[in-house]
Design a protein around this ligand. Structure first.
Ligand code: 5CA
Length: 442
């Protein structure tokens, strides 16, 4: 994308309404704009990040056998009356009436819809397990929407739902999802630590939240830093084998990790001092097992092995996709701006032409740009070099390919790594190889 023609409305001033770094930076870098309280428009660069995150979530869900569907945002109140949650949910639910006075709502979550769809289609234990998920907008009329997309009213969530014939199967599904989440966060370039959680209004007795360490997080967290060093992408778990899933789960659970609500000083004292990580955390995902809560209340059964009806065991599995954009920035920025992990960055690199109009600079930039025009942001504005550096740092591109008249004459560009500030003098081709390398985590 050429910066001169793109819709990337960056701001020099710090917006007064933004209290935390990620909110400030998302507005300043032109990723989002608020259209109503807690409701945002995603601008081109922000949407690229949101999609990159969603795609990684999708790949890791698919990898463990979950199947993607897309449910509507608008639901019928009847289903919620059946499950008993219509009255229980309270004022967070946005309730709507259509022209025939039929009660509808904007979905805050989808247990009812998916259980109903499942019940219509699945009749036998032989068709289980099933995990269905979607990545879709939700609406919760939060009392205090704040921190930008971190606590929005409309937000983007991956919500998945598991159906199993018995408790053992549901536990396997739960563990499979936990592994998928750990892999997802690792690929997103952040560490999200699973911590045992209360099950809250959704109910049930097996639940973990995943928290990213950041000073502006809403919960206090305590965990064993050894968790940060585990490589989930390399862990050879066979997700079709219960024993493998159990080994994986017991390994994760053997390390101390708790939010302040569940913190246990005695257990904490047994974590070696140099591995104790203490701070605040942002909840980016939540997984629950809740058994037959919905299948029973909605009277959904399948035929069991002995021919009698069985209520399937369920769990639900959420990832806050839009919240993650803010959370990643909270965990990865400096005083100059965002530092995107390679996997989620809107562009792989910015090309900074320091002398637009200079024949050599223009030619070098065009050559590089044309190698991958959708993956580069080419700063072709006739602006001061300082302004270009500042904008590139603010927007957080993992790499900056800096093209000035002196270097260009000798066929050299300067390559800057945003995260470390390292600079390399290279030929254009060498720079391209480094920037376009599949996993440029360097
Ligand atoms: N039905 C389950 C998951 S399928 C569920 O709704 N879980 S949840 O309430 O914990 O939400 C899942 C994730 O969505 C949370 O972990 C959080 O990361 C994100 N989330 C929840 N509320 C908001 C909000 N108001 N703004 C942004 N993200 C949110």
């Amino acid at each position: 994308m050429r910066l001169s023609r793109s819709f990337l409305p960056t701001l020099k001033e710090t917006p007064a309404e933004a209290q935390i770094a990620s909110h400030r930076l998302m507005l300043r870098a032109g990723l989002v704009r608020q259209t109503a309280s807690g409701i945002y428009t995603w601008l081109p660069a922000g949407l690229r990040v949101l999609r990159n995150i969603a795609n990684i979530v999708r790949e890791e869900q698919d990898r463990v056998g979950a199947q993607e569907v897309l449910m509507p945002t608008i639901q019928s109140a009847d289903l919620w009356k059946k499950s008993g949650r219509y009255d229980a949910y309270g004022p967070e639910m946005l309730r709507i009436k259509d022209r025939h006075e039929r009660e509808l709502l904007y979905g805050p979550t989808n247990e009812e819809v998916i259980t109903d769809i499942f019940g219509q289609a699945v009749k036998s234990y032989k068709e289980l397990p099933q995990v269905l998920y979607q990545i879709q907008w939700k609406f919760r009329d939060e009392v205090r929407p704040r921190f930008g997309v971190m606590r929005g009213r409309e937000f983007y969530m991956k919500d998945g739902y598991g159906f199993d014939i018995d408790y053992e199967g549901a536990v396997d599904t739960y563990r499979r999802m936990m592994l998928s989440y750990l892999r997802t966060f690792q690929r997103l370039g952040v560490r999200a630590v699973p911590m045992v959680a209360d099950t809250g209004p959704i109910g049930g007795d097996l639940s973990h939240e995943f928290l990213i360490l950041a000073p502006t997080g809403e919960s206090g967290v305590f965990y064993d830093g050894a968790l940060d060093t585990l490589d989930w992408l390399a862990d050879p778990v066979d997700v079709d084998k219960s024993e493998d899933l159990e080994r994986f789960f017991n390994n994760v659970s053997s390390y101390y990790a708790a939010t302040d609500e569940k913190h246990d000083e005695t257990a904490w004292a047994s974590v070696p001092q140099d591995r104790r990580r203490e701070g605040r955390g942002i909840e980016v995902a939540h997984i629950f097992y809740f058994g037959t809560k919905y299948t029973k209340s909605m009277d959904i059964t399948v035929t069991g092995p002995d021919g009698s009806p069985v209520y399937p065991e369920m769990g639900s599995y959420g990832i806050g996709v839009s919240r993650l954009v803010g959370a990643i920035i909270e965990a990865s920025h400096d005083e100059n701006g965002i530092i995107w992990p390679d996997s989620v960055a809107p562009f792989k690199a910015a090309i900074l032409n320091l002398k637009v109009g200079d024949e050599t600079c223009d030619a070098v930039c065009e050559t590089i740009y044309n190698k991958a025009p959708t993956q580069f942001l080419y700063d072709d504005r006739s602006d001061r070099a300082g302004a270009k550096f500042a904008d590139a740092d603010l927007m957080g591109h993992p790499w900056q390919i800096i093209v000035g008249p002196r270097g260009a004459k000798d066929g050299k560009v300067e390559l800057k790594r945003r995260a470390t500030g390292e600079r390399f003098e290279l030929s254009a081709d060498e720079a391209l190889v480094k920037v376009l390398a599949p996993a440029a985590e360097g």
